[in-house]
Design a protein around this ligand. Sequence first.
Ligand SMILES: *Cc1c(COP(=O)(O)O)cnc(C)c1O
Length: 382
Amino acid sequence: MKFNTKTIHAGQKPEETSGAVMPPVFFTSTYAQEAPNRHKGHEYARVTNPTRTALENLLAGLEEAPHACAFASGCAAMDALMKMLRPGDHVIATNDIYGGSYRLFTEVFEPYGISFSFVDMRSIENVRKAFSTQTKMLFVETPTNPLLNIVDIASIANEAKKRNAVTVVDNTFASPALQQPLLLGADAVVHSTTKYIGGHSDIIGGAVCTNHDAIYENLLFQTKTTGGIPGPMDCYLALRGVKTLGLRIQRSCENAFTLAEYLTNRPDVDVVYYPGLLSHPGHDIARSQMNDFGGMISFSLSQDDIQSVETFMSNTRIFTLAESLGGVESLISHPASMTHASIPKKIREEAGLKDSLIRLSVGIEDVDDLRDDLDNAFDSLL
Ligand SMILES: *Cc1c(COP(=O)(O)O)cnc(C)c1O
């Protein structure tokens, strides 16, 4: 099966009793047993729910994984993954990372004795230097957030294998429609299904897909034991949303490419960060490991002051000023004060994240309207 067929059919079959084409939303906490411990495969809904299973089967199909485990949020998914580690273990993570991941690693797991090195993974030399005998995991985000740096997944995974460390890729920005890290050698993929997979900005959800039985067993144990599971309605919405992933991503990429070129040609824009541009330093790697360049663009204004940024961002009508990304609607955000505020300013600036950076999540509207909207915002700066 090819990708667009999988987004609709992978692991799905009509419901047995009624033939319903979409899985029912199983609102239940428990399941009747015929005799003690004789049941139809379900005992208690923290452990399994058929609506959740339907979503997991589909996500596994999209990442070419034998296993997927759904969580209440992307953060809950990462939390479960990190709990595979033990005090003393060390993780090498991408430096330009989602703010919430940084907070989880440094404020929750470091106090429990797991150490993290945040390195610019565009250079494999930096990654090699960061290894210690305690390194158990490489945590990769690519394209990175919000600078859209590209990390070469295959070479990172290769390095990790030599050292017996696992490679985890946060694939939220690309989605499996654009990038399938397990096929490039990664051991697990984590998603915030809140974003492109759900695609409609109406749920919070997460998932891990893996081709390792041991990682999967561990995740099942985590969901059963700590209970960071998504409810059945959210699973249903994610399942409904993901069916149009291929179409949505295609349109987002087309729109983003058009807007990236438009921004590049504007004198009032300083730098445009979009991997689809030939001038982007990661363009060639993006071309080789991704099917297209995604719907996210960041840029900085020539007028590098916070007042101009605020004026610009308050003057878009179609681009809604909000955190998050990956929905059908276009959003505009200010990473330094919104998604990345939990990263100290000094560390943000070392990673190249200026206070004047603006991030766009380009939706599936008509691109002419999006361009007009940005035009108006630029006019407000005059
Ligand atoms: C949003 C996001 C997360 C966290 O996911 P939630 O569903 O909000 O918990 C993790 N990684 C990336 C890249 C994200 O954009």
